[in-house]
Design a protein around this ligand. Structure first.
Ligand code: UD1
Length: 389
């Protein structure tokens, strides 16, 4: 069986690492079937810190093919990826194309794979925010509509697919592959000190050396969604809330995504944050470093999807700076650790002070057990066997 897996942007790397490991394990244990696997990186994320570093620390082999798409408008990223990926498909003719998550690579590669009559398998299928202004929602919808095998992380996602009329035979609940990576890397993360993370990643523009917080003495934040950082009207009040209120009782550690950094500079906020004595501004972190900080943070403020899931399992109380989520299973009302606060400051303030009173409350949705990748490989092999018999 020949498989091509695709990655494009940072959140894809932790989803593909366990899958590749499970393929390698299958190949070394199987006497009959062999999976011939190629990894394609579209190159949407290209900075060492956004991409290469994850390959090294998660033990992902170098991509067999890099399409080197880089930055661009949505249409440029989508179009150039399709043009380049079409050539890969024509040359290698895989049985399956595996796409993960909801980034631009997921959409482009599933569309062109179907156009060339390849079978598509979507890992992390069925997530729905219902928010069509999110590029990721469109990516998820199109990819799921086209996929032959839809592997869901939770039962709510399977239900979404059923409600859209997806044939039952295509839907398989396998669990959350991100948690495979979390489980495999927790031990390594625990060994890193907060001081070391700060030393290694402090942005060079930092004016004076920061006070190093202990576990339980800091808030952790990530922001990158266009809806939060691109508009002055939303971003400036958020940054004011951080500087005026969050830092009254906490040090704020903020690993900065390239998009957020650009917008801080554009909105004239860069000097304000880099000079603030309670802010620790870091470059984008590696996986282990982020996991380590998440384990010690008092509270998380984020608009990332993956972090909502990691907070759920680690129990870190989390404010999700969005009005909706495609991952409702991570919300407090479903037993998780996060609450939606959008980007309205009144709401953020109210939930922030309420959340500070909460203890860590780890919870583990069904099949978030660290063995999702094995189930995926098993399913693909079964489907291949039933085709050849
Ligand atoms: C992308 C994904 C999003 C994911 C996020 C995680 C899509 C539609 N969005 O958003 O789902 O949560 O990644 O990071 O695919 N840039 C760099 N260096 C890099 C990569 C990007 O400087 O290595 C810059 C780009 O030039 C661009 C900005 O960061 O100006 C945003 O990058 P882009 O790839 O457009 O989307 P993300 O916001 O990262």
């Amino acid at each position: 069986m020949k498989i091509i897996s695709v990655v494009g942007a940072r959140p894809n790397f932790m989803k593909i690492a366990p899958f590749i490991k499970a393929i390698n394990e299958f190949n070394s244990n199987s006497l009959t079937e062999h999976i011939n696997h190629l990894l394609v990186h579209t190159g949407q994320h290209y900075d060492v810190r956004m991409s290469e570093a994850f390959f090294k620390e998660l033990g992902i082999p170098n991509p067999d093919i890099n399409l080197e798409i880089g930055s661009g408008s949505d249409a440029e990223q989508l179009g150039y990826t399709m043009i380049a990926f079409e050539k890969v498909l024509v040359e290698h003719k895989p049985d399956w194309v595996i796409v993960v998550g909801d980034v631009n690579a997921t959409l482009s590669c599933s569309v062109i794979a179907k156009r060339l009559n390849r079978k598509v398998c979507h890992i992390e299928a069925g997530l729905r925010s219902g928010d069509m202004t999110m590029p990721e929602e469109i990516n998820r919808l199109v990819t799921d509509r086209l996929s032959d095998l839809l592997l869901t992380p939770d039962k709510l996602s399977s239900e979404n697919l059923r409600n859209e009329g997806t044939p039952e035979a295509k839907i398989h609940f396998v669990g959350n592959i991100m948690i495979d990576t979390l489980e495999a890397n927790k031990g390594k993360a625990e060994k890193i000190t907060i001081e070391k993370i700060i030393q290694n990643n402090l942005i060079p523009e930092t004016v004076s050396p920061p006070k190093i917080p202990n576990d339980g003495e800091f808030a952790l934040m990530t922001l990158h969604r266009p809806s939060n950082v691109d508009s002055e009207k939303t971003f400036v009040p958020i940054v004011n809330f951080l500087t005026n209120e969050v830092t009254k009782n906490h040090i704020l550690i903020w690993p900065i995504h390239p998009r957020a950094r650009k917008q801080l500079i554009i909105h004239d906020l860069w000097d304000k944050v880099r000079n603030h004595p309670s802010f620790i501004l870091l470059e984008p972190l590696g996986y282990h470093e982020m996991l380590r900080l998440n384990m010690g943070a008092n509270i998380m403020l984020t608009d990332s999807g993956g972090l909502q899931e990691e907070c759920c399992v680690l129990g870190t109380p989390c404010l999700t700076l969005r009005w909706n989520t495609e991952r409702p299973i991570t919300l407090r009302e479903h037993g998780g650790a996060s609450v939606l606060v959008g980007n309205n400051i009144e709401r953020i303030r109210e939930e922030y002070f309420h959340t500070l009173k909460l203890n860590r409350h780890p919870s583990r949705p069904e099949l978030w057990d660290g063995h999702t990748a094995e189930r995926i490989v098993k399913k693909l092999v079964e489907m291949n066997e039933s085709k050849t018999n």
